[in-house]
Design a protein around this ligand. Structure first.
Ligand SMILES: [Zn+2]
Length: 59
């Protein structure tokens, strides 16, 4: 079935670093396709940017 579009629908996709689902944000309107990380911490990839694992965040 083709996607008809819904104004209430916002796209989402998983963070490539932690796998957590990210919801579309207005600040990402022009860069959504390029967004890969949910946060600066994930972008930094301190514990292996290539790995799709869920490490517990240490404070
Ligand atoms: Zn993340």
């Amino acid at each position: 079935m083709a996607f008809k579009g819904n104004k209430a629908f916002l796209p989402s996709k998983p963070c490539v670093a932690c796998g957590r689902e990210m919801s579309w944000r207005k600040r990402w309107a022009s860069t959504w396709d390029a967004v890969k990380y949910c946060s600066d911490a994930c972008r930094a990839g301190k514990s292996g940017a290539q790995n799709l694992r869920q490490d517990r965040v240490k404070h």
